[in-house]
Design a binder for this molecule. Sequence first.
Ligand SMILES: Nc1ncnc2c1ncn2[C@@H]1O[C@H](COP(=O)(O)OP(=O)(O)O)[C@@H](O)[C@H]1O
Ligand SMILES: [Mg+2]
Length: 313
Amino acid sequence: MEKTAKDFSDKFDERLKAAKKEKVKIVIKEQYKEAFEVLEDCENSGLIPGLIGPPGVGKTLLLRAYAERSNRDFEWLTGDEGVRPAHLIGSFNPSLVLSKGFSLESFDPGPLLKSMIFGGVFGLNEANRLAEYVQNSLLEPFEEWSAVVPRLGRIKASDDFFPVLTLNPEEMAGAHRLSEALRDRIRVWIRLGYPRKSTEIEIVKMNCPEYTLSDKTLESIYSLVSATRMSTDIEIPASIRAGISVARLSAEMTKREGKKNVTHGILSKAATYVLTGALRFRPGIDPEPAVNSLVRRALGSGGSSSPSDSGSS
Ligand SMILES: Nc1ncnc2c1ncn2[C@@H]1O[C@H](COP(=O)(O)OP(=O)(O)O)[C@@H](O)[C@H]1O
Ligand SMILES: [Mg+2]
């Protein structure tokens, strides 16, 4: 059946409400608790922090939770070479300018400006990938708490505006660096790594509310993801998300097979489906046999094959 514009607008409102109702699901203990407290201390002392950690370790989630707990909006933007200052501050809508001129009414605010006006938390991911002149456009907001909005004037940010940068550790040493000037504005560096075993298992459980997974299954999944983080053949290991995905897929496969518990075979199969795309191996390593042998080594073969077995197809 053809959907009308009215159908779309009704559904759109419904989905807007659904987004507002959604609560952040987060385990805040150990490194997350400490990072949360340091964020508070930074904000209270007027210092801008940078969160450093590998992808999927919970940087964005932590900022979202931080904003939620202080009852503020969370705006964010991910840096790349295509981002212009107008993407941060906002820009005039040309068709509205025709009828309303260069007034506030015809201006679409960007995430940085919204955070500055409403006093929200502003997460800037991968700032080191921004072109240098774009990084420099952040100096005034981050140092003076003010910004120039083209044709509309200079605004002073709300006291509740709180900017935070997030970065990947590998990128810290990469070719595109954070400009010296911008780096100088970031005063506190908070590292997040992979959580401890019990915490990561708790995170996996929190993200599988509709399934019951045995401790044994959860432990096996943890052995698998942590093995990828030890391996010298792997450049990008399994993230927390990968562990969650293995847990969810194996629970669902178990249901399909009408079984009660996740079997060794199902877990290996689910793990292979997830890890095939989740890992980046060092150049020269053939991913397929590498994933298979990794799964076999971490989960055991379920039989008696030797741990040095490699390759299969
Ligand atoms: N402390 C945590 N509590 C609950 N879930 C977490 C936690 N840390 C990470 N996750 C899970 O991992 C996912 C990735 O986190 P995200 O914040 O996007 O990582 P990053 O921004 O570091 O790449 C989240 O969506 C969530 O499912
Ligand atoms: Mg992120």
